[in-house]
Design a protein around this ligand. Structure first.
Ligand code: FAD
Length: 508
């Protein structure tokens, strides 16, 4: 029988896992599991990771955190997707300089799939992100995704959040402890193994801590899964070149400044800059490849991006190795968070992978002691998720028409594009991505996400051979017109991102 969980690490991954498992596995019930979390105050947490995925709404709601509490405590704002600037062409290049990947799927309207009609030119000379649904226009106008009267986590437009990562870890901690998680501040100095190679206990200054399942949330240090158990890490730096970041926090000069409802991602000569609007400040960072530029130039570019507001403000530097473990559950240890894998900040795949892993552990928890079957299922699932997310991130780079630096030229080299991604692109030469191309059990990105990035980056799917099979041109035109009307309505009637935040802070 398994009844005791020990989580090592109290960053976003550790506390999110603790709070979530406490609810799903009944840490506050007599028949539930007991959960303890140990974290080192000296080592501290990474403290970045401000952009999330729509799944975060269900996760936070399961943990018991209200939207109002999130906004008040974590400086949260409403995120409706990502806007990509200069990814397709360098500044000054021909063609559109930006596109969006909104969270809202392009729905079939009246049963009609609009994408083939758009590919046939029925939507006119308007980008897919704009004709597919009203969200891009609304978010471009800094609108929130919902009205103040909509209940927590409910909205007509799909959304996630931007928030302060340090404040979030503190809020998650409070809820986890209230839900029955025991909290210990101490450092793990040694991991003891038994004769089978499983973890027998971890040594801290307070004594030996023992459990049935150990969750490694120690971040890049990977103290349990990596250092103690020796489970290898698979780097994919040959595919995803970025391995460094320099981040800066910029307070708004004016408390009424508009707050962007997209993460804004602006391509640079050897990487890209994220720009995330919270309620009182922006979090900005330059992600780059150290093989293609150096730290000084990276810092110069992020300061140039911000302008005068960056003067006198310190930056923080980060290094990472894009990749993941093919085995994340080994014997009685499971890795969640950065210890399990991390690609880079693009498309916010970090926290969502922790959400997924915590959900899998809750569903596969080996109550009867059946560790091996749970581990096999967990590992197979997570491996596919990592591989597919890696391909989706690479898609953003490998379709670029930029050739202005070695970084962009290297990104289109055939040997940097995984076979699985080349296979997908081959399929989409003559038919667009559909639900046949994704598996909801392992894909965190839907076919709509693939479509937004493909067509935003200028990919051509040639449907001319089947043009004669599409007969509802007038209906499609009317549907595109309806999206335009809805977008105008959303811009006119939704509150701004800042107004909705202020409402949550002051009125609820
Ligand atoms: P950490 O935050 O590093 O926490 C590790 C914990 O382990 C700490 O509490 C530490 O004290 C503890 N610990 C370590 N060793 C020991 C020990 N021996 N004994 C006791 N305790 C120990 N993700 C997103 O989803 N969206 C984003 O926008 C995003 N942006 C990012 C930008 C950058 C530059 C980077 C590097 C990452 C970003 N991520 C993002 C990823 C995201 O930050 C992480 O997924 C998230 O913070 C989880 O980190 P963690 O909890 O695994 O690790």
């Amino acid at each position: 029988m398994a009844k005791r969980i020990l989580i090592v690490g109290g960053g976003t991954a550790g506390w999110l896992t603790a709070g979530y498992l406490a609810k799903r596995l009944g840490a506050d019930l007599p028949g539930g599991v007991s959960i303890q979390l140990v974290e080192s105050r000296d080592i501290g947490i990474l403290g970045v990771g401000e952009g999330t995925f729509p799944t975060i709404r269900r996760t936070l709601s399961t943990i018991g955190i209200s939207e109002t509490e999130l906004v008040r405590r974590c400086g949260a704002s409403f995120k409706q997707g990502t806007k990509f600037v200069h990814w397709r062409h360098a500044p000054g290049g021909a063609g559109p300089d930006h596109y969006a990947h909104p969270f809202q799927n392009a729905e079939a309207r009246g049963g009609l799939e609009l994408l083939p009609y758009w590919l046939l030119g029925v939507g006119g000379d308007v980008n897919w992100d704009e004709v597919a649904n009203p969200q891009k226009k609304a978010a471009d106008a800094h609108r929130a995704p919902k009205l103040p009267t909509h209940p927590d986590y409910v909205s007509p437009l799909n959304y996630a959040f931007h928030f302060d990562a340090v404040a979030l870890a503190a809020l998650l901690r409070e809820h986890a402890v209230a839900n029955g998680v025991r909290h210990l501040i101490d450092q793990v100095s040694e991991v003891r193994l038994d004769e089978d190679g499983a973890i027998a206990g971890v040594v801290t200054a307070s004594g030996l801590l023992e459990a049935d399942l150990y969750v490694d949330c120690t971040g890049f240090r990977a103290e349990l899964i990596g250092k103690a158990l020796g489970v290898p890490y698979r780097s994919c730096r040959d595919v995803l070149f970025c391995d460094s970041a320099v981040a800066i926090q910029i307070p708004y000069r004016d408390g009424s400044a508009p707050i962007a409802s997209f993460t804004i991602s602006t391509a640079q000569e050897a990487g890209w800059v994220w720009d995330i609007g919270l309620d009182r400040r922006r979090g900005i960072g330059h992600v780059y490849s150290s093989a293609h530029t150096d730290d000084a130039r990276a810092e110069e570019l992020v300061r140039a991006y911000v302008g005068a507001d960056a003067e006198g403000i310190e930056t923080r530097k980060f290094r990472f190795d894009a990749g993941y473990r093919e085995v994340n559950w080994h014997k009685n240890c499971v890795a969640i968070g950065l210890s399990s894998g991390f690609f880079e900040p693009l498309e916010a795949t970090g926290i969502v992978m922790s959400e997924v892993a915590a959900g899998l552990v809750a569903s596969l928890f080996p109550w009867g002691g059946d560790f091996e079957t749970s581990a096999r299922q967990f590992n197979a699932n997570m491996l596919q998720r990592y591989e597919r997310a890696r391909d989706f991130i690479k898609l953003h780079y490998c379709l670029s028409q930029r050739r202005d630096s070695a970084f962009w030229r290297d990104n289109v080299a055939e040997n940097s594009i995984p076979h699985s991604l080349r296979e997908r692109l081959e399929r989409w030469r003559f038919r667009p991505p559909t639900e046949l191309d994704v598996d909801p059990n392992v894909d965190i990105f839907t076919e709509a996400s693939w479509q937004y990035v493909l067509y935003g980056m200028g990919w051509k799917t040639d449907v001319s051979a089947r043009a004669g099979a599409y007969r509802y041109h007038d209906d499609a035109r009317a549907a595109f017109e309806e999206v335009r009307r809805q977008a105008a309505f959303a811009v006119a009637n939704l509150p701004s991102n800042r107004e909705l935040i202020d409402y949550a802070i002051n009125n609820r």
